[in-house]
Design a protein around this ligand. Structure first.
Ligand SMILES: [Zn+2]
Length: 265
């Protein structure tokens, strides 16, 4: 519904050890960008200055400090709208949104659907539009976020919601975890040739110090074990790890999530 033919121009700003702050170029206002999850202001300001860009709005996916910590400092230099989920732990929003709402920024030429994706945190949202998805810490390439505030069923439903988006959707997540996630994915599903090929491609990109992201929904459906709980090989691996049969796909998901939490490649 919000898909458009011209792909968004999105630049990655690195923050902390492995966070990405995404800067979306506003199609209708050259030089203006929307920042997604600016956990740290300094690298954003440096990138804006280096490229001669101006901040026009901020989108927030969830309350964690590494996603919102830079907002107050950015607002000191630019009074822009800050749009994020309703959550008392986020005090910097100028507009709160929930799943099913639409964020329209007509002067910037941008419109996003808000998707409620609880699990990593209770109020986590994702922004989808222009064939791009900004999913914070819910879905990572070849992995998913830890469940800090949700059940396995909630998290799995959130992931299924994202996996059901058009395959061409480019996926911009909050962290560079892809290589480590692929080690786990291949431990679960060693015969997955798509995951193996992707692992090789990611190794090349990371060796050149380039982001592995964005991924696509289509690629994630093929390589991400957390989206493949109904796959026979994934289920067999999860049951072997559990040491007993697993009742359903949510039980498979929960087993995989617990396995990954303790996984060291
Ligand atoms: Zn988080």
């Amino acid at each position: 519904m919000t898909n458009e033919t011209n792909p968004l121009t999105v630049r990655a700003v690195r923050a902390f050890a492995d966070n990405y702050i995404w800067l979306i170029a506003a199609p209708a206002r050259p030089g203006a960008v929307v920042a997604v999850d600016p956990g740290d202001a300094a690298p954003v300001r440096a990138e804006l200055e280096r490229c001669g860009l101006s901040l026009a709005a901020i989108l927030l996916t969830h309350h964690h400090a590494d996603h919102i910590g830079g907002v107050a400092a950015l607002l000191e230099h630019a009074a822009v709208p800050v749009i994020g989920p309703e959550d008392e732990r986020i005090t910097v929003t100028s507009r709160t949104v929930q799943g099913g709402e639409r964020v329209a920024l007509p002067d910037l030429g941008l419109v996003f659907e808000v998707l409620a994706v609880p699990g990593h945190t209770a109020s986590h949202v994702a922004f989808w539009g222009h064939d791009a998805l900004f999913c914070g810490d819910t879905l990572f390439s070849a992995g998913c976020g830890r469940m800090f505030e949700g059940t396995a069923l909630q998290m799995r439903r959130s992931l299924q919601r994202l996996a059901a988006l058009p395959g061409s959707t480019r996926m911009y997540c909050g962290h560079e975890y892809t290589a480590a996630n692929l080690k786990f994915a291949l431990a679960v599903d060693p015969d997955n040739s798509s995951a193996r090929a992707y692992c090789d491609a990611v190794a090349v990109r990371r060796a050149a110090d380039e982001p592995s992201l964005p991924s696509t929904v289509e690629l994630e459906r093929a390589v991400n074990p957390f989206l493949r709980c109904g796959d026979a090989a994934v289920r067999t691996a999860a049951e072997r790890h559990a040491g007993h049969p697993l009742a359903d796909e949510t039980a498979v998901f929960a087993e995989l999530r617990g396995w990954k939490d303790g996984f060291r490649a």
